[in-house]
Design a protein around this ligand. Structure first.
Ligand SMILES: Nc1nc2c(c(=O)[nH]1)N[C@H]1C(S)=C(S)[C@@H](COP(=O)(O)O)O[C@H]1N2
Ligand SMILES: [Mo]
Length: 319
C-alpha cells in the first residue's frame, strides 16, 4: 500500500528473497553443479525450508476448519519477512526487524459506538471467547503478491455477538495502536495515524472473517499484527488491520486509512477483483511468494461464497 508514485512502483517491484531463492533453485537444478551449490548457506535453506526458527508460543487445542484450503502453505520465513506495517517502517523487511520488541501485554481493546454496553476487554478475555481454529486461507498480501497462511483465530462474529451491537450498527471500524515510543514509523507523517479500517456489518459477521491471534500453530508474530488482527480472505491485504485497540460500531460508513490517503486508488470495499485495475497497475494476475510464474487472480480471491453480499452492487464503482 503506497502513496507516493515513485515509492509505490519501487516497492511493489522489489523481488522478495524467497522468489530470488526459488530462481536460484531453478538455476541450480539446470546446472550439473547443483551438489556443489548446495553447500552454500542460502541454498541449504531451500533444501530444508522447515528448519527456520519460529518465535511464538504454541497454541494448544487447535480445531481444524472446513474453510481451509489444501493449497501449499507459504514458508513461515517468507510470511514473516515480507510485510506491510507502516508503523514499523515502509520497507517490506522493516516490520520483522523493527517490531521485534513490541510489547503486546498488557493489551486492552475498547468496544465503542452502537453497542448495548461500551466496555474495555482484556486481550486474554477475548482469546477465551471461542475455541481457537486453524484456518488455512489464501491471502492477498502486498500488491501483486499472494500467500497461503495457516492463521489461528475464530470468527469475528463470536466477539460481535457477545458485545451486543444495537440495531443502528451498520458498520464496524477498527482502530489500531499508535505508540510513538514503540513504533518508529509513526514519528513521521507517512500515514494519517492511527491506522484504521472498516467493514460493513454483514461482512464483519460473515463466518470467513477471522479475528486472528496466531499463525503456524503459534502466537502471532509482532510483524504480522500481534496481539490481535483481522483477516478477510476475499479482500486485499490492507483491509486486515493489525494491532487492534478499538472496535467501534457505527451507523455510517467509517473512514479507513488508505481510502483517506488515496481515494482514487483504494475504496472502502477492496474486494479482490481482477476486473478492476488499480490506477497504477493491473490486478488480473498475482505472484505467490516463492513462485516464479504469475497466476490469474480469482474474483473474491476464490471465496465465491461471499458473492451474495454484493448482489446488486456495481463492484467497479464500489471498489
Ligand atoms: N496497523 C496496520 N495494519 C495494517 C497495515 C499497516 O500499515 N498498519 N498495512 C496493511 C496492508 S497495506 C497490508 S497489505 C496488510 C499486510 O498484512 P501481512 O503482513 O500479514 O501480509 O496489512 C494491513 N494492515
Ligand atoms: Mo497493502
Amino acid at each position: 500500500m503506497l502513496i507516493r508514485k515513485s515509492e509505490g512502483i519501487r516497492s511493489s517491484e522489489i523481488t522478495p528473497r524467497s522468489l530470488y531463492l526459488s530462481r536460484r533453485k531453478f538455476l541450480a537444478g539446470l546446472a550439473a553443479a547443483g551438489a556443489a551449490a548446495a553447500t552454500a548457506g542460502g541454498v541449504r535453506e531451500i533444501i530444508s525450508p522447515s528448519a527456520t526458527v519460529h518465535a511464538g508460543n504454541k497454541i494448544n487445542g487447535l480445531q481444524k476448519s472446513p474453510f481451509s484450503t489444501t493449497e501449499t502453505i507459504t514458508p513461515y520465513k517468507d510470511v514473516t519477512h515480507y510485510n506491510n506495517y507502516y508503523e514499523f517502517g515502509t520497507e517490506k523487511t522493516d516490520p520483522a526487524e523493527e517490531a521485534k520488541n513490541f510489547r503486546t501485554r498488557p493489551w486492552k481493546v475498547k468496544i465503542e459506538g452502537e453497542v448495548a454496553k461500551k466496555q474495555e476487554l482484556d486481550i486474554d478475555t477475548i482469546l477465551k471467547m471461542a475455541p481457537p481454529e486453524e484456518r488455512i486461507y489464501r491471502h492477498r498480501c502486498v500488491e501483486g503478491w499472494s500467500i497461503v497462511v495457516p492463521w489461528v483465530g475464530f470468527s469475528l462474529s463470536e466477539l460481535i455477538k457477545r458485545v451486543n451491537p444495537t440495531s443502528k450498527a451498520k458498520f464496524v471500524e477498527f482502530t489500531t495502536d499508535l505508540d510513538m515510543n514503540q513504533m518508529p514509523g509513526t514519528r513521521r507523517p507517512v500515514l494519517d495515524w492511527p491506522y484504521k479500517e472498516g467493514l460493513r456489518m454483514d461482512e464483519a459477521m460473515h463466518p470467513l472473517t477471522l479475528l486472528c491471534f496466531g499463525m503456524y500453530g503459534e502466537d502471532l508474530p509482532n510483524q504480522d499484527g500481534a496481539p490481535l488482527r483481522i483477516v478477510i480472505p476475499w479482500k486485499y491485504g490492507f483491509k486486515s488491520a493489525k494491532a487492534i485497540v478499538r472496535i467501534r460500531f457505527t451507523e455510517r460508513e467509517p473512514m479507513n486509512t488508505w481510502n483517506v490517503m488515496a481515494p482514487n486508488e483504494y475504496g472502502f470495499y477492496a474486494n479482490v477483483n481482477p476486473n478492476v485495475d488499480h490506477p497504477r497497475w493491473s490486478q488480473a494476475k498475482e505472484r505467490r511468494l516463492g513462485e516464479f510464474y504469475k497466476r490469474p487472480t480469482l474474483m473474491f480471491n476464490g471465496y465465491d461464497q461471499v458473492a451474495s453480499l454484493y448482489s446488486g452492487m456495481d463492484l467497479r464503482k464500489d471498489f
